[in-house]
Design a protein around this ligand. Structure first.
Ligand code: ZN
Length: 317
């Protein structure tokens, strides 16, 4: 059994921050639980969307790089992020998304689950997947989406790889994932039964060029571990497999280790705690710009360089 218990968060690169906020909070109805900056580039926001409590497994985060080029889909890159929606809510979502002018794709059935594909305003491929699986989830009362229809969290990630066997053996032998078979060319690997929030799907495309990060692409997927002790144990396994993990990095809301899986997708291990209430009151998450302590002395300069953000239109005040 793996020490990983599922997806912790997913981070992607978007365009304009306000457009990103209007879509994820205003249309998808997720809660902005943290407004911070990219720690390596404080001129860029880092926006975190999740359920009301910011549970691990519900959190989708973005670096809105206003002036970046679009990314390029290809092997070694996450190519679709899927979000869990409640069973029976897909018609609601299709209607809501079309009313807001979202770019909808075809409806699909994947392993018996109904799926609505779409692109966000900056070209990120998304899928809303109906699931009856139990999820750790707290509805957000101020969401424009009624509680019984709200996004339940991250469902899965889909990646393209040049060599399936290379990544599969890493997932199975090192991270101790299980294989859950194949459907329509997508091979599923996961933990704890592989249900909602607990799997990755891989398509092997040996002749496709390598993908490149940019606006509209996934940056990394973080896998959830209980605490730093478990994280260090997993880190050892990754290091022994020559994947050169980073040291443990303190991200304040969780502790992180980064490495590339053999196909080139950036993975992270992230601890469950301390969580997004470590530095803000639960009822005021995401309202103020939060900076790491070493950037606090530069707060005025940083704040004035960032584009102003107004709350998404339909979010209740
Ligand atoms: Zn991360």
């Amino acid at each position: 059994m793996s020490d990983i218990t599922g997806i912790h968060h997913i981070t992607a690169i978007s365009g304009d921050a306000q457009e990103n906020l209007d879509f994820y909070a205003g249309v998808l109805g997720m809660r902005l639980v943290k407004k911070s900056v990219n720690q390596d580039d404080p001129g860029t926001y880092h926006l975190f969307y999740a359920d009301a409590d910011g549970h691990p497994g519900t959190d989708l985060t973005f670096f809105p790089f206003r002036f970046s080029a679009p990314g390029k889909l290809g092997v070694g890159l996450g190519i679709e992020i899927s979000l869990a929606i409640p069973d029976g809510s897909i018609d609601y979502w299709r209607q809501r998304l079309s009313e807001h002018g979202a770019k909808l794709g075809e409806e699909e059935v994947r392993r018996g689950e109904r799926v609505l594909t779409l692109s966000d305003p900056h070209g990120q491929h998304l899928a809303l997947v109906e699931t009856a699986d139990e999820r750790q989830f707290t509805p957000w009362p101020r969401s424009p989406v009624p509680a019984e229809k709200q996004v339940r969290g991250l469902h899965a990630v889909r990646v393209w790889e040049r060599d399936l066997a290379l990544t599969a053996s890493f997932l199975i032998d090192v991270l101790e994932f299980s294989s859950y078979g194949e459907e329509n060319g997508w091979h599923r690997y996961g933990v704890g039964g592989g249900g909602s929030g607990k799997h990755i799907e891989i398509r092997e495309l040996p002749d496709t060029p390598r993908g490149a990060w940019g606006v509209g692409t996934m940056h990394h997927v973080a896998w959830r571990v209980a605490d730093e002790g478990v994280e260090l144990k997993m880190r050892e396994r990754v290091a022994k497999a020559h994947r050169r993990p980073t040291e443990v990095i303190d991200r304040f809301w969780f502790k992180s280790v980064y490495f590339l899986e053999p196909g080139g997708v950036l993975f992270e291990l992230a601890t469950e705690g301390p969580g997004f209430t470590a530095d803000e009151e639960p009822e005021h998450l995401g309202e103020q710009l939060v900076l790491p302590p070493w950037l606090e002395p530069q707060r005025d300069a940083i704040e004035s360089a960032l584009p102003a953000l107004r709350p998404a239109a339909e979010v209740k005040g």
